[in-house]
Design a protein around this ligand. Structure first.
Ligand code: HEM
Length: 498
């Protein structure tokens, strides 16, 4: 009896010790620096965890806190992070143009999905970013154009007429393949099974949650799964690298360029995963959205189709190739033509990004001094994060008329709503951190849209092929970030053009 009492006493002490140690550990993960004087007014939030609504119901949280503040700016905490939220014209200028505010370190912490190349040190991360920019420059893209067009043709050929096709799968896979052509390795781009398998792994890595962001270092099951997924990718890449090293086989891809520069296999694998990750999610989903919006808006569908047919007709006349199919004609287009001859496709993409990127921009004040917020006497203190919700301008009815309507005409001369204010369109970034992948993404979306329209008549349907009669679902702008796929799965029914 005494032994049992002693044992249960020991057990409860161990349990108490375990619970209190865990609690202390949890609380230490959420410890944050005290707020500095001069930061905007603090928003409502919970003790310790802070304002969880930022990642749960952001639109309402943002609106209500902004309205409570005289300047429109407010501060909040999220777990260990002190964050200043900016809104309005003058503050947007400070956000996008202040030298002290850096993008990547903030993105890694407040999005917590991307592979962290900063892990290798700031210098190497900068070298990576520079190298990465080189691979998406015009010359490099032009040299790869033949591969891009050939991949797109094969992807189109795999579409079954009249069978519902999910563009957020089919087109996404093509974009993933093109991303490997530019930033990864041809071995993956050339092998359909490996391509799909690795795409699923990349999607598994592109996962984050409010909890994960708050407890950055905590080894939760989803986080462990992410690491294991990353490890799988690393092993696949390492196998390809070793095979090339063993056989001396060379290729013309980014992997080869990095091998020739003498980077280790680990660094090459990490570079490729980080590059693909940056390249694929926004572009893959936007390429699918453009097709869906065109299918829904038949006037724009007709206009873009006319644009495509006119380029095909002109090229046909130039080459005198009367019997060639539209696809064969498109395969002959120059880089210049792909970049210049499809302005309406570009407008369609611009408008799809405005609506379908549930985007918050993140920054960290890495400077030793405060960053002043223009138009107010408030500041972003050093080592403090700053956020700007792109919806603040993209869904502002005084800038974009009827802001939830997909209407690419708003950018045409005479309207040019995006030029009403500085940094009035943020879909490709603005100021000091423009998107380095813009040219590549525009080329990819133009290729997919043009080749699709030249080959197929298509319309929206549901997954069993019933005609889609509802408006397209509006993406969730409340939760986590990036370009989203629609909640209800929209499909396309395609019929080859006569
Ligand atoms: C439709 C496709 C894309 C969209 C809508 C998009 C959008 C953006 C935006 C809005 C930013 C700035 C974010 C901010 O200010 O906080 C950005 C930055 C960035 N994007 Fe893109 N992007 C796309 C495609 C790509 C591609 C294809 C690549 C790579 C090839 C890429 C690589 C990057 C990188 C590395 C940055 C960070 C730049 C820096 O740190 O200064 N993006 N992108």
């Amino acid at each position: 009896m005494v032994a049992i009492t002693l044992f249960s006493g020991w057990l409860s002490s161990v349990a108490t010790l375990f619970v209190s140690t865990s609690l202390i550990y949890f609380l230490s993960l959420l410890r944050r620096a005290p707020w500095k004087h001069g930061a905007p007014k603090r928003a409502s939030g919970w003790p310790i965890v802070g304002s969880i609504d930022f990642y749960r119901c952001r639109q309402q949280f943002w609106r209500s806190e902004k309205n409570k503040s005289a300047s429109g700016q407010f501060s909040f905490s999220y777990g260990p992070f002190n964050i200043v939220a900016l809104s309005g014209h003058a503050a947007r200028e400070s956000f996008y143009a202040s030298r002290g505010l850096d993008l990547l370190p903030a993105f890694y912490k407040l999005y917590a999905a991307a592979p962290e190349i900063e892990f290798f040190g700031r210098d190497l991360a900068d070298t990576f970013l520079q190298t990465f920019k080189k691979f998406v420059q015009r010359d490099y893209l032009a040299a790869n154009l033949g591969n891009f067009v050939s991949d797109a043709s094969k992807s189109l050929a795999a579409i079954k007429p009249n069978v519902p096709m999910d563009p957020f799968e089919h087109v996404f896979l093509l974009i993933y393949q093109l991303s490997h052509r530019s930033l990864g390795c041809n071995d993956i781009a050339d092998d359909p099974k490996l391509l799909r398998y690795t795409m699923e792994i990349v999607r598994a890595i592109d996962w984050t949650s409010g909890f994960q962001i708050m407890f950055t270092g905590l080894p939760t099951i989803p986080r462990i799964k992410k690491y294991l997924a990353g490890l799988k990718l690393y092993r696949i890449m390492n196998k390809i690298l070793k095979e090339r090293q063993r056989t001396g086989r060379r290729d013309t891809d980014t992997m080869q360029v990095l091998m020739d520069q003498g980077y280790s296999n680990t660094l090459i694998s990490c570079f490729i995963v980080a590059g693909i990750f940056a390249a694929v999610t926004n572009t893959g989903n936007q390429a699918a959205w453009v097709l869906c919006h065109l299918a829904q808006n038949r006037d724009w569908y007709d206009r873009v189709r006319e644009e495509v047919d006119a380029v095909v007709a002109k090229q046909r006349q130039l080459t005198g190739d009367k019997d060639a199919t539209a696809l064969q004609i498109l395969q002959q287009l120059s880089m210049e033509s792909w970049e210049k001859d499809f302005p309406l496709v570009d407008l369609a993409l611009r408008e799809s990004i405005r609506l379908n990127m549930a985007g918050v921009s993140f920054r960290l004040n890495v400077a030793p001094e405060n960053v002043e917020i223009a138009g107010s006497k408030e500041i972003i203190p050093p080592r403090t994060y700053a956020v700007y919700d792109m919806d603040d301008i993209h869904l502002d009815a005084s800038i974009y008329a009827d802001p939830r309507k997909w209407d690419p005409s708003r950018y045409l001369p005479g309207r040019e709503e995006h030029k009403k204010q500085a940094h009035g369109y943020l879909g490709w970034g603005s100021g000091l951190h423009p998107c380095p992948g813009q040219r590549f993404a525009q080329l990819e979306v133009t290729l997919t849209t043009v080749m699709f329209m030249a080959n197929y008549d298509f319309q929206l349907c549901d997954k069993v092929g019933r005609q889609w009669t509802e408006p397209l679902p509006f993406v969730d702008h409340d939760g986590l970030l990036g370009t989203k796929r629609p909640k209800e799965l929209v499909h396309l029914k395609c019929v080859p053009r006569a």
